[in-house]
Write a protein that binds this ligand. Structure first.
Ligand code: GLP
Length: 247
């Protein structure tokens, strides 16, 4: 990929606030253009400020989610949405309970599904039925994962049960109390539904993400750095704060 292309893909903001405001504005504009937009949503520290800004816009500027549909990227296998560390709980607290999305339009992978394989197939079918994702918001792991598509010799296209990388479990050991308590597996939206999204925004902040942002935009594609695949997507924007901006 040419440097010039990268210049268009990458947008650098002064700080986390600027990054979140700009990212939320993109999502709001998508919803204003198409009120029944289908959004792909992440969890993590990065999007928290984006959700806060969207909630503010909903309260103060009447940003309307009533016709929108959402699909979340992932969930830990074995955690119910009531579990304080589940992604379902995260989304409920930080976003869903504070905007006017209709419950029937919210799609979360169920970490307690009797048959996780069936759960994944039904999730992909629901994305298809909704007409695919209009706007996908992604974070990025320090190891280059997107959702829970971890670095591997091959990546899985469909939504699937994924094994968490050792480095990912190490990172979340503090949150869960110990590394052993971090679930070993998760349900992860596959690379294909992510890739078929008509527009992808990837947001990253902080110096811990600087290296991986440089690598994902290096002009090389490597399944050991899943986010690097996104360089092939025709409508990707990577939004970073100054600390996460590559050299
Ligand atoms: C988790 C999630 C990803 C997220 C990543 C980065 O691993 N499965 O979807 O992008 O964390 O999280 P953070 O924004 O907290 O750095």
């Amino acid at each position: 990929m040419m440097i010039d292309d990268n210049a268009q893909i990458l947008r650098i903001y002064k700080d986390y606030n600027g990054l979140c405001t700009a990212t939320a504005k993109e999502i709001a504009e998508q919803l204003q253009r198409k009120t029944d937009s289908v959004l792909g949503l992440p969890t993590g520290k990065t999007p928290m400020g984006v959700y806060q800004e969207l909630i503010r816009m909903h309260r103060e500027e009447d940003l309307d989610f009533s016709k929108a549909t959402t699909f979340n990227l992932d969930e830990y296998l074995g955690l119910s949405p009531q579990h304080a560390l589940s992604y379902g709980h995260f989304m409920e607290v930080h976003f869903f309970s504070q905007v006017n999305l209709q419950r029937k339009n919210i799609h979360l992978l169920n970490g307690m599904a009797d048959n996780p394989e069936v759960e994944c197939r039904e999730f992909d079918a629901a994305i298809e039925r909704a007409g695919g994702i209009d706007l996908m918001l992604l974070g990025i792991g320090r190891n280059g994962h997107i959702g829970f598509n971890e670095p591997q010799s091959s990546l899985t296209l469909a939504t699937h049960v994924a094994r968490l990388d050792d480095s990912t479990r190490d990172l979340y050991a503090g949150e869960f109390g110990s590394r052993e308590k971090v679930p070993e597996q998760a349900l992860a939206m596959g690379v294909l539904p992510i890739f078929k999204s008509r527009r992808i925004l990837l947001a990253a902040n902080g110096s811990a993400k600087k290296k991986v942002i440089g690598e994902m935009l290096s002009g090389k594609v490597d399944t050991l750095l899943p986010a690097s695949l996104l360089q092939l997507h025709g409508n990707l924007t990577v939004l970073v704060d100054a600390e996460a901006a590559p050299e």
